[in-house]
Design a protein around this ligand. Structure first.
Ligand code: 5AD
Ligand code: SF4
Length: 459
């Protein structure tokens, strides 16, 4: 069998795709790079907003056309697969195999049965399953929990991924060991709400550390960089900030989605914290890590959001001074409480607010990134950049960075770079040695490589 996978959505989906792909390989499949070469195409879907759902719809339409021309098995997995909406789409587009986020290990069974196969049960074994480490990669994801116990009114995830189930620390550390053995340098711990790790349904699990202690444990493993995503402010504790500050391997990068700066909107979203409480967490983070990099998620145009509410979001942005933000227009999702109970705002109101928020985000990102000018950063370079002769990667603060290749630094690895230019979205730099001296550029690349560090025009 020649199999091809297409992944939409978040890092959890990427992790799941890797897991299923390794199952497919162990079942004897050859992974191929395009739909045309494949006789099994598996689409990992996201249901969090309307746009990713539309993308899946058009892809499945295209795959149905191909099915009419040649033997092709089409599978759909991930969040959309778990929803009635997704199952209707699957029927319409003649999908053969459907796997919910909890049934990933059923892929072998699905392919054996020639009937249409719909596996949607959550299987506990998923937590004990240790996928083989990614080959030749310096970065890896590690799932520490699945599901979510919150009920934010806009969010479909509790429906698609079910209640929170933390993974046993022994499994996490076993998987971490296998990643380290394979040469991984940076691990991102994944969960819908990692701060609540070890507290499923609000109750402390015997034998499970708190998330802060898990960070300390992982930090002692020998891994060079630890990141995590994502956190719900409601479960954030000062001890997490303390653990981050005292554990050198843990990167001082915090993604703490606020969603809105207005108490009225936060209540309607059922976020379970106030603006003041959120800001007190930011103060704790800044107290323990004055230079921490801060990122957030914001939804604009939630039903009932007034101009005044939106101004509260803008002013909160200034109070925190985020390094970066993922900004979304509210998307009504069937099956969520806000879809059922609230009236969506007009499209032009929502897009106009998003534009204003983007202006603010760019100002702050430009200002925050400029502070790195001239500093030396540890950079994890993934490999060749889009521009020839350069390598791309990211800093401990998660900033994308591009550097010209240099003698002694021609391929992926962990290096040091001095930042020579910044934009709101990127850092540019030159590789340096331990004493901060620039590494010599490749002779034949000299002038071209120097040109590559010129920043792109501000957008
Ligand atoms: N509409 C818009 N954005 C949403 N998000 C989640 N649900 C919705 C929705 N219905 C955003 C939140 C979340 C991120 C992953 O996606 O900001 O943090
Ligand atoms: Fe990830 Fe949420 Fe999309 Fe599911 S719905 S893939 S959990 S972002």
């Amino acid at each position: 069998m020649r199999a091809h996978m297409i992944t939409y959505g978040c890092q959890m989906n990427e992790y799941d795709s890797h897991l299923v792909q390794s199952q497919l390989v162990s079942l004897g499949a050859d992974m191929v790079d395009s739909v045309d070469e494949a006789d099994f195409v598996l689409v990992n879907t996201c249901a969090v907003r309307g746009k990713p759902v539309d993308k899946v719809r058009s892809l499945l339409g295209e795959l149905r056309r191909q099915k009419a021309l040649r033997p092709l098995v089409v599978g759909m997995m991930g969040c959309l697969a778990q929803l009635e909406e997704g199952q209707q789409i699957a029927r319409k587009f003649e999908v053969d195999v459907l796997l919910g986020p909890g049934s990933l290990l059923d892929i072998g069974q699905a392919l054996e049965s020639h009937e249409r196969f719909w596996g949607l049960q959550f299987k506990e074994e998923l937590h004990d399953h240790i996928p083989p480490p990614p080959v030749g990669k310096l970065q890896a994801h590690l799932t520490i929990m699945r599901g979510c116990d919150h009920h934010c009114t806009y969010c479909i995830v509790p429906t698609t991924r079910g209640p929170q189930v933390s993974r046993h620390p022994d499994q996490i550390l076993r998987e971490l060991d296998s990643l380290l053995e394979a040469g991984v340098k940076e691990v991102t711990l994944l969960g819908q709400n990692v701060n609540a790790y070890g507290f499923d349904a609000g109750a402390k699990l015997a034998g499970y550390p708190s998330f802060a202690d898990l960070l300390r444990m992982v930090g002692r493993s020998g891994v060079q960089r630890v990141k995590f995503t994502t956190s719900h402010p409601m479960n954030f504790t000062e001890d997490v900030a303390a653990a981050m500050a005292e554990t050198p391997a843990v990167c001082q990068f915090v993604h703490l989605p606020v969603q809105s700066g207005s108490d009225r909107v936060l209540r309607r979203m059922a976020r379970e914290y106030s603006r003041e409480k959120y800001l007190s967490h930011i103060a704790e983070i800044k107290k323990h890590m004055p230079d921490a990099v801060l990122a957030t998620d914001i939804i604009v145009g939630f039903p009932g959001e007034t101009e005044e509410d939106f101004q509260d979001t803008l002013s909160l942005y200034d109070e925190v001074g985020y390094d970066s933000a993922y900004m979304f227009i509210y998307s009504p999702r069937p099956g969520t409480p806000s879809y059922k109970h609230f009236q969506d705002l007009p499209r032009d109101v929502k897009t106009e607010r998003l534009q204003r928020l983007i202006v603010k985000q760019k100002e702050w990102s430009a200002r925050r990134n400029a502070r790195f000018q001239g500093t030396v950063q540890e950079v994890l370079l993934r490999g060749d950049a889009y521009s020839e002769g350069s390598l791309e990667g990211h800093t401990r603060g998660n900033h994308p960075i591009v550097v010209p290749k240099a003698l002694g630094a021609l391929s992926a690895g962990l290096y040091h770079a001095r930042v020579t230019a910044t934009t709101p979205h990127m850092l540019y730099g030159e590789l340096v040695d331990a004493s901060g001296e620039p590494l010599p550029l490749l002779p034949h690349l000299g002038p071209e490589a120097a040109a590559l560090v010129t920043p792109l025009p501000m957008m």
